[in-house]
Design a protein around this ligand. Sequence first.
Ligand SMILES: [Mn+2]
Length: 202
Amino acid sequence: MTSVSTREAKVERTTKETSIAVSVNLDGTGAFNIATGVGFFDHMLEQLSRHSLIDMDIKANGDLHIDDHHTVEDTGIAIGQAIAKALGERRGINRYASLDLAMDETLTRAALDVSGRPYLVWHVKFSAPKIGTFDTELVREFFHALAQNAGITLHVANLYGENNHHIAETCFKAVARTLRHAIETDPRQKDAIPSTKGSLKG
Ligand SMILES: [Mn+2]
C-alpha cells in the first residue's frame, strides 16, 4: 500500500505528438516548475499546483506548430495518471469536496469525488473562442483528460462571469482547492478506504 507520507509519483509519456514528464507530490506546498510551451496553460497549471498544494514538475514538448490541443490534452492525461499513481489505494482521504470560488465578477463551482470512477460534468461557456492565443475549448479538454486519468468524478459549473480569463482561471482554482481537500487525510479514518465497497479503484 502507498503510505500517506510518500504520496509521490512520476509519469513519462511519449507519443508522436507529445513528450511529457510529470512529477507530483500530493503532500507538498504548492511548489511548481512548469514549462509546456503554452504561456496561458502554464499560468493555469501554476494555479492548479499552488492552490491544491500538490508540488508539480511538468515538462511538455508538443507539436505546437499544429496547435495547443495535443499538448494540453496529453499534459492532462499525464497529470491525471501521476495523481492516480500517487493516490495508490486512496486510503484515508476525505474523498469528497466542493467549493464556490469567486474571482472579481466571476463565480465558479467545482465538486468532486475521488471515486476511482472517471466522469466529467462541464457547465462552462466562454463568450470568445480565444484567450490571447489560447483556445478556450481546451479548458474542457484538459479537465476531461484529468478526470479520466486521475479516476475522479468532477463537476465544474460557471455560475456567472464576464471575463474569459477569469472564467478559465476560476475553473483551475476551484478544482485545485477542492482537490486539495478531497485528497487530504481525514483524521477520523486515516487508514480506511472511504467506501462501503472497500475499494476506490473503479
Ligand atoms: Mn490570471
